[in-house]
Ligand binder design. Sequence first.
Ligand code: GNR
Ligand code: NI
Length: 168
Amino acid sequence: MAVLSILRYPDPRLHRIAEPVREVDARIRQLVHDMAETMYAAPGIGLAATQVDVHLRVIVIDISEARDELRVFIDPEIVQASAESKVYEEGCLSVPGVYDEVERPDRVTVRALDIDGRPFTLEADGLLAVCVQHEIDHLNGRVFVQYLSRLKQSRIRTRLQKAERAVA
Ligand code: GNR
Ligand code: NI
């Protein structure tokens, strides 16, 4: 197990499109374990492989209070989304210190492979629905700040670049 380092916006690697896994082998299971450790250490409620600079369609999520309900989604696909949408204040481990409102479908049905490579379908609502959509966006090279105004995006970019320089 290993805690991996998380890419920070505006790193261009956050905009790469992740490739399908198709075959869940030992290498993918190792990646899932490292991603889970990284998510719990951060701490965060979700992590996409893109954020650790691995461009494969792998997501881990744990929205439980006790941090003991790890969910793994490999090659996830949203097969249904509600017409009804909801606004939620989102944050992202790749955009530290930034929280803002994003509107997304309220409920989604997701199809994915589990850690054993078996397909499953999940109906998600509430925070889980928000998180699944946020993570699938990462796999498609999209960071939540891209839903905000151009002005906000440019302010966030400037602020994080300054923070980066301060630690360098
Ligand atoms: O830890 C996280 N919290 C969070 C809060 C509201 C909406 C989405 C998230 S996901 C985020 C972890 C992360 O950056 N995943 O990509
Ligand atoms: Ni994120």
